[in-house]
Design a protein around this ligand. Structure first.
Ligand code: SF4
Ligand code: SF4
Length: 160
């Protein structure tokens, strides 16, 4: 019988890598942390009163609205000048990330939710949980820039 307070080495479960601070992640870990929701790829409006950022249901032209992944991730910054590169140098400055975003959660020291593919082991779980933008957005080519306000949504910030 093991003595109380003594643990076998085999009992020690290593912390998952995504519990490490963001600036301690490798490049591949950083990329894998993204849940693939596509919410950050929606057009946003900055109100004149400076009160936060409003999300719309209008998707970037490079967002595949079925997979919720970028169609040209490697060249995205050249292809779409407004695309925001997320990295450990700027992650603490970006104040509009959705409340469900894995980078925001880890920045705030919060755990990843059960539907995150890293926990579920299933890339579809972010869609099945109703977190991704699949099925509820329209492409930017369908919307005149002056009409963006008609497409403001609140499910991004409410986490729904
Ligand atoms: S909101 Fe965050 S977790 Fe979702 S796709 Fe964008 S970077 Fe990835
Ligand atoms: S270029 Fe790609 S990563 Fe950037 S906002 Fe558009 S779809 Fe998202």
């Amino acid at each position: 019988m093991p003595t109380a307070g003594v643990f076998l080495l085999s009992d020690v479960v290593p912390e998952p890598w995504w519990h490490r601070p963001l600036d301690k992640l490798t490049r591949s870990e950083w990329e894998a942390l993204c849940d693939g929701c596509g919410r950050c790829c929606l057009a946003k409006i900055e109100p004149e009163d400076g009160e936060g950022v409003l999300f719309t249901r209008v998707a970037c032209r490079l967002l595949d609205t079925e997979t919720c992944r970028c169609l040209d991730y490697t060249h995205r910054l050249q292809a779409v000048p407004d695309c925001q590169d997320l990295n450990c140098d700027n992650i603490h400055e970006i104040d509009w990330l959705p409340s469900t975003c894995a980078y925001r959660l880890r920045r705030e020291g919060k755990p990843l939710p059960d539907w995150h593919p890293l926990l579920s082991g299933d890339g579809e779980s972010v869609h099945n949980a109703g977190i991704s933008v699949r099925g509820r957005v329209i492409g930017e080519h369908h919307v005149h820039p002056d009409g963006l306000e008609e497409h403001i949504v609140h499910w991004v910030e409410s986490g729904g």
